[in-house]
Design a protein around this ligand. Structure first.
Ligand SMILES: Cc1cc2nc3c(=O)[nH]c(=O)nc-3n(C[C@H](O)[C@H](O)[C@H](O)COP(=O)(O)O)c2cc1C
Length: 211
């Protein structure tokens, strides 16, 4: 059994990346080799990451009472890490909004990005990834085209997830579907989206083979 965590990072019912998430979930449910769990970063309503978390660590250790925000931050930290720890494969379904990822997904990254958990520094001060036994999948939608040499560096959505999850955490990417250009070429939009959703279903169907 492969434990698949599907991270949903869009609360727009009509979002294209929402459709990618739905298509993946629907097809993955038919794949008996997968044990699928989900983590909806909007529904989790994660407290912003900041000093509240560091206060919470200290106070919890000393048995002191936490403020509401400190308690919420500690809860977000625990929930995010518990979900990630047990996953063999992590599927990220997310949009490009305002050139980057939604803030709610950033919170999930903030709570799982940590020395001693997802990476460490060796004696030479170099970063060593600690999640090299895990795999990840990118399901991303972006209205414009960001796959040309000129526009690729402008994307801080898929590029960012690949940099953190692949580059820092060290997970191996085993699948990627990016639906793009549907906002900039309206005539082809439906065909572009349909082709991408077919790719998502194919990926879900064959996931254990790849994993
Ligand atoms: C709030 C918002 C911000 C967006 N910002 C951008 C952007 O900066 N560049 C772009 O090419 N498309 C942008 N888009 C279009 C999305 O990339 C496009 O709708 C894509 O399908 C991903 O969003 P979705 O999954 O919510 O549909 C934006 C869409 C929304 C709803």
């Amino acid at each position: 059994m492969t434990n698949v965590l599907v991270v949903r990072a869009n609360n727009r019912p009509d979002g294209v990346s929402t459709s990618m998430y739905n298509a993946f979930i629907e097809e993955a449910a038919k794949n008996e080799a997968l044990n699928v769990t989900t983590f909806d970063v909007f529904e989790e309503n994660l407290e912003y990451f900041g000093q509240e978390l560091f206060n919470a660590f200290g106070k919890a250790q000393n048995g002191e009472e936490l403020t509401t925000r400190e308690a919420r931050s500690l809860e977000a930290f625990n929930k995010s890490r518990e979900a990630l720890t047990v996953a063999d494969v992590v599927v990220f379904a997310f949009p490009l909004w305002n050139m980057t990822i939604p803030a709610a997904l950033q919170s999930f990254i903030d709570y799982t990005y940590g020395a001693g958990y997802s990476f460490k520094y060796n004696e030479q001060g170099q970063l060593v990834s600690l999640m090299t036994d895990k795999k990840y999948v990118v399901l991303n939608a972006r209205g414009g085209i960001y796959s040309t040499p000129e526009t690729a560096p402008m994307d801080m959505s898929a590029n960012y997830i690949n940099l953190v999850i692949g580059g820092v955490y060290g997970m191996e990417k085993i699948g990627e579907v990016i639906i793009e250009g549907h906002a900039s070429s309206k005539n082809d939009a439906q065909a572009i989206i349909a082709a991408g959703l077919d790719q998502v279903k194919e990926l879900a169907k064959n996931l254990t083979v790849n994993a």
